[in-house]
Ligand binder design. Structure first.
Ligand code: SAH
Length: 278
């Protein structure tokens, strides 16, 4: 993206290429990339395994966050174009932290939820709180797998998921790893499944956070990377009712193929005519 950006100390970059070159080197020095990821996870290793911890002191946004996510998820699950008719639904919660999204939302809608989180004490907290939930409704809804790996090293089992949920963690990935993660993870979706990405957005370009080694991308920047990943943007929505001092948050629903809307409506048009069965 040839668009200017800045870091959290007000330093300007002419382009994302300039910023990445500074963070990661020119590709010949793999140490810099290792450091980028080590510092990212290292930041979270020092953070309390609590809702306030994973939300950077903004634990109170959980309520509007979950409400907004639930409305968005419902609009997708009820969509006949995407509904694969599968009654056993499975989700993956990426960068799950302590399992806040799974516990408050995903576990109610999916029969199984897998969690992926590279920070061991977060994942352990998630396991503890979800095992208890599992006992309540163990037959129908449960947290199944707990993967302690970062997104850039993860490849999901093929065809397992109805939804792959990515919230507040993709900023830790470099552009190349962002694209290759989605390319790999596509195979993890069932037909008709989708990615839901819920992230902070920069007003333009990007904002680099040197403290936790992450970047906040603009809406345009996300869209460009989704396109490079071969994903189709099916729906997006702004999160409402968040404190003004926070970055605006957007939700994106992405599919691996363009939903066959035009074919469906054509069928409808001709429904009362005799037609050849193909
Ligand atoms: N999604 C959770 C947690 C957000 S905090 C929620 O909404 O409550 C950001 C999370 O991203 C932390 O748990 C952090 O450990 C995780 N993270 C950091 N680097 C990551 C990486 N490379 N891959 C996956 N997750 C990462």
């Amino acid at each position: 993206m040839e668009v200017a950006g800045s870091d959290n100390q007000g330093r300007e970059f002419k382009s994302s290429a300039e910023m990445w070159k500074e963070q990661l080197g020119d590709g010949t020095d793999s140490h810099k990339k290792v450091d980028w990821y080590r510092n990212g996870v290292g930041y979270w290793q020092e953070v309390d395994a609590s809702v306030d911890g994973v939300l950077g002191g903004f634990g109170h946004v959980t309520e509007p966050d979950i409400k907004g996510s639930e409305a968005f998820l419902n609009s997708l699950l009820s969509d006949p174009l995407l509904n694969n008719g599968n009654s056993h639904r499975v989700a993956l919660d990426c960068g799950s932290g302590i399992g806040r999204v799974t516990k408050n939302l995903l576990i109610r809608y999916f029969n199984e939820v897998d969690l992926l989180e590279p920070v061991p004490h977060f994942l352990e907290a998630a396991r503890q709180s979800l095992v208890f939930d599992g006992k309540i409704g163990a037959d129908e809804h449960k947290a199944t797998n707990f993967y302690c790996v970062p997104l850039q090293e993860f490849t999901p089992n093929s065809g397992r998921y109805d939804v792959i949920w990515v919230q507040w963690c993709i900023g830790h990935l470099t552009d190349d790893d962002f694209v290759s993660f989605f390319k790999r993870a596509k195979a993890g979706l069932k037909p008709g499944g989708y990615f839901i990405v819920k992230e902070n957005t920069a007003r333009s370009g990007f904002v680099l956070d040197k403290e936790d080694c992450s970047i906040t991308r603009s809406d345009l920047y996300y869209k460009e990377l989704f396109k490079k990943s071969g994903l189709h943007l099916y729906k997006n929505k702004d999160q409402r009712n968040f404190p003004k001092e926070l970055f605006p948050v957007k939700m994106y629903a992405l599919t691996t193929e363009v939903p066959k809307r035009s074919r469906l409506s054509r069928c409808k048009q001709h429904a009362n005519r005799p037609s050849i069965i193909k």
